[in-house]
Design a protein around this ligand. Sequence first.
Ligand code: DGL
Length: 264
Amino acid sequence: MKVQSQNPIGIFDSGVGGTSIWKEIQLLMPNENTMYLSDSKNAPYGYKSEEKIIELSIKNTEYLLEKNCKIIVVACNTATTNAIKILRQKYNVPFIGIEPAIKPASLQTNTNTIGILATKGTLNSELFEKASSNLEDNITVIEQVGEGLVNLIEKGEINSPEMNRLLTKYLTPMIKKNADCIVLGCTHYPYLKDLIKKIVGNKIEIIDSGLAVAKQTKHVLNKHKLLLQSNNTPTYQFYINKNKSTLSYFLKQYPNSIIKELDF
Ligand code: DGL
């Protein structure tokens, strides 16, 4: 079947966090049809083996391709850093991935010290290792696994005392070591920005890759002549394989989104 511009942009994540990317895509290309897959049943991916992350990423991709998605956005740092190479080899559609923005942070820092909060799977990946070894020698990167954060966000706990306790524990060493940029290396974490700001104060820049991913998606669609030009009334479809309450909460400003609980 010929891929048409009306076909949806397919987006997947291990859970609800990738909606932070969906929101940037929706803002930049509001008339595009989108389809989002939240594999919450298998979240978090961050502690799974590379083989398992690849297997789940293949399953998610095939689901979206069966629904005729014209491009796949891997809205998950853990899936991108562990699986995107294989996905690109295996399927003949454009893929957009997301990686922690350590390079932009390294160009922005005045103290030459940046902190990064990400999953174990992302920080241990070859792709991340390569990206950090390509930074200038004078840049210090403080890596921190955000253990427990994804689980809390999946439960909708973005402001709980436990979240505050964990974030304070993870961010305090970065502040002490004089980091002036903190990179959010997981698509769930933009939902924690307000709380992070409260903990680290205004002098520390919080950097995520959401807008860059949306811009890159637009650029690649344009290049493949797949950008929807017409005045389309978009459909926003969301599929989740667990209870939808947190997803519904994150999407409450989008009354025209259709959320279905499915067993995939
Ligand atoms: N949103 C995923 C990411 O960007 C969360 C990973 C996980 O499920 O552990 O890495």
